[in-house]
Ligand binder design. Structure first.
Ligand code: GRG
Length: 296
C-alpha cells in the first residue's frame, strides 16, 4: 500500500474512533453536542491522534488504551481552533473548508462548544481508567502530560503571548517561545502520551518530547509559509491571515527561502533522533518526511 493510501486508511480509522467517543446528541442541551460534532467531524489532517497512535506502536503498544486519549487530544485541538476563529481572536469565517462554528451556531455557542470540547476531552481520556484499571499509573501520567501541554505552560500560554504580540515587533527568541508553546506543546503531548501508554521509560519519553518539539516548530513554520504561498481552497481557511492580524512569523522574520530551509533542517533532526530507538515505525518516519513539503 502506498504511503498516501495508508495515511487515508488511518485517517478513516481515527474518525471512527472520534465518532465513538463524541457524546450522543440528546437532552435539552443537544445543541452543544451538535456544535461539538460539527467542529470535530469537519475534516482535518488528524495529525495529532495519528502521531500518538504511531508513537504508541513504536514502543510496542498493542491495545485500545490509547484510543480515548487520541479522541481527547483531537477534541482539545479542535476547541483551540474554534476559539481561535472567534471574533475576539482571529475572527475567521472558514476553517477546514466549511463555515466556522460560531458562524453556524452563533458566538455564544461557539464559545460554549470550545469549552465543552475541552472539558469533554478530559471526561473522555479518563474513560481509560475503567477500560484498563491495570494501566492506571501510565494513564495518570498521560493525563498529567495532556493537561500540562494544553495549559498555561503549553498551548494556552503560547496563545497568550501570540495575542499580546500582535502588531508589535517580535524577536526570534519570543517567536520560538510562541511556536514551542502554541503549536509544539500539543504535538509533544501526542507523541509523549503514545510513548507513556506503551510503557516507555523516562529517558525515552524525554527524547520523544524533543523529537515532537522539532516536529511542532517545523509544522508551524510550514503553516507560516502556506499562509503566503497557498490558496484558501487548498487550505480550507483564509490565506494571508498573519498579515491581517499583524503577526510576526518566520516568513516575515527570515524570509520565505530561509523559512523553507529551517523546516527541512528541523524536521530532519527529528527524523535522525527517531533512529536512536531500537524499534522503528516506517509509517511514522514517512509521515514526518511528508510534513516537510505538506501543502495543507
Ligand atoms: C487556547 C484559544 C486557544 C488557542 C490556542 C492552537 C491555537 C492556539 C490556535 C489555533 C490556530 C493556530 C494557527 C494554531 C497553531 C497550530 C496549527 C498550525 C494548527 C492547525 O493545525 P492543523 O493544520 O489543522 O493540524 P487541521 O484542521 O488539519 O486539524
Amino acid at each position: 500500500m502506498s504511503f498516501k493510501d495508508e495515511q487515508a486508511k488511518k485517517v478513516h480509522e481515527i474518525e471512527e474512533i472520534l465518532k465513538k467517543y463524541l457524546p450522543a446528541q440528546e437532552g435539552h442541551q443537544k445543541l452543544i453536542m451538535e456544535a461539538m460534532e460539527y467542529s470535530v467531524m469537519a475534516g482535518g489532517k488528524r495529525l495529532r491522534p495519528m502521531l500518538m497512535q504511531e508513537t504508541y506502536r513504536l514502543f510496542g503498544g498493542d491495545n485500545k488504551v490509547v484510543e480515548p486519549f487520541m479522541a481527547a487530544l483531537e477534541m482539545i485541538h479542535t476547541y483551540s481552533l474554534v476559539h481561535d476563529d472567534l471574533p475576539a481572536m482571529d475572527n475567521d469565517e472558514y476553517r477546514r473548508g466549511r463555515k466556522t462554528t460560531h458562524v453556524v451556531y452563533g458566538e455564544a455557542m461557539g464559545i460554549l462548544a470550545g469549552d465543552a470540547l475541552l472539558n469533554y476531552a478530559f471526561e473522555t481520556a479518563a474513560k481509560a481508567f475503567t477500560m484498563y484499571p491495570e494501566k492506571s499509573l501510565e494513564i495518570g501520567k498521560a493525563l498529567q502530560v495532556l493537561s500540562g501541554k494544553a495549559g498555561i505552560y503549553g498551548m494556552i500560554g503560547g496563545q497568550v503571548v501570540d495575542v499580546e504580540s500582535a502588531g508589535k515587533a517580535v524577536s526570534k527568541e519570543v517567536l520560538d517561545f510562541i511556536y514551542e508553546l502554541k503549536t509544539s506543546a500539543l504535538i509533544e503531548s501526542a507523541m509523549m502520551i503514545g510513548a507513556i501508554l506503551a510503557g516507555a521509560g523516562g529517558e525515552a519519553v524525554k527524547t520523544v518530547e524533543k523529537i515532537a518539539k522539532n516536529v511542532g516548530i517545523a509544522f508551524q513554520i510550514q503553516d507560516d509559509i502556506l499562509d503566503v504561498t497557498s490558496t484558501a481552497e487548498v487550505l480550507g481557511k483564509p490565506i494571508l491571515s498573519d498579515e491581517k492580524n499583524e503577526k510576526t512569523t518566520y516568513v516575515t522574520l527570515v524570509g520565505l527561502e530561509k523559512a523553507k530551509e529551517y523546516v527541512e533542517v528541523i524536521s530532519m533532526e527529528a527524523i535522525e533522533l527517531l533512529h536512536c530507538f531500537e524499534t522503528e515505525d516506517m509509517f511514522l518516519e514517512e509521515l514526518l518526511k511528508s510534513l516537510i513539503h505538506r501543502e495543507k
